[in-house]
Write a protein that binds this ligand. Structure first.
Ligand SMILES: [Zn+2]
Ligand SMILES: [Zn+2]
Length: 128
């Protein structure tokens, strides 16, 4: 039920940071918990000790001040399906490769892909 963004308006102003790219949504101008946590996780060693943070990069728009609604929603919807599809495809190739004399090289190739895909899509930072 989301409105479909038209091509003439590729970006929407980020409501979270009011297009500043910096989050100061908490009282007294501090950055909100979500953005502060994301920044801390990126710069763990430097910032893990700081509690009240100001001016951290907006976690919604990554500091751009605008969000690209099409890409944004596309990524959120397609990514898991894409990863599952790649894994399923790799497993399918593996199944076919059982008859092949190149089974071992195909196995190595497929497991590498599966590992990379799962690591990239499921093992990385989960911002939600
Ligand atoms: Zn923002
Ligand atoms: Zn924030």
């Amino acid at each position: 039920m989301e409105p479909k963004p038209s091509n003439s308006i590729p970006f929407l102003p980020c409501a979270h940071c009011a297009q500043t790219g910096r989050c100061n949504n908490e009282a007294d101008g501090f950055s909100c918990h979500q953005c502060a946590t994301k920044t801390r996780s990126k710069f763990n060693l430097l910032m893990s000790k700081r509690k009240n943070m100001t001016g951290v990069v907006c976690s919604v728009c990554s500091g751009l001040g605008v969000v690209e609604p099409y890409t944004y929603s596309l990524n959120n919807r397609i990514r898991p399906a894409l990863a599952a599809g790649i894994i399923a495809g790799s497993i399918g190739i593996l199944g076919g490769a059982l008859q092949s004399e190149h089974f071992e090289s195909i196995l190595a190739f497929s497991t590498t892909i599966i590992g990379a895909v799962t690591g990239f899509y499921f093992g990385g930072s989960n911002d939600k």
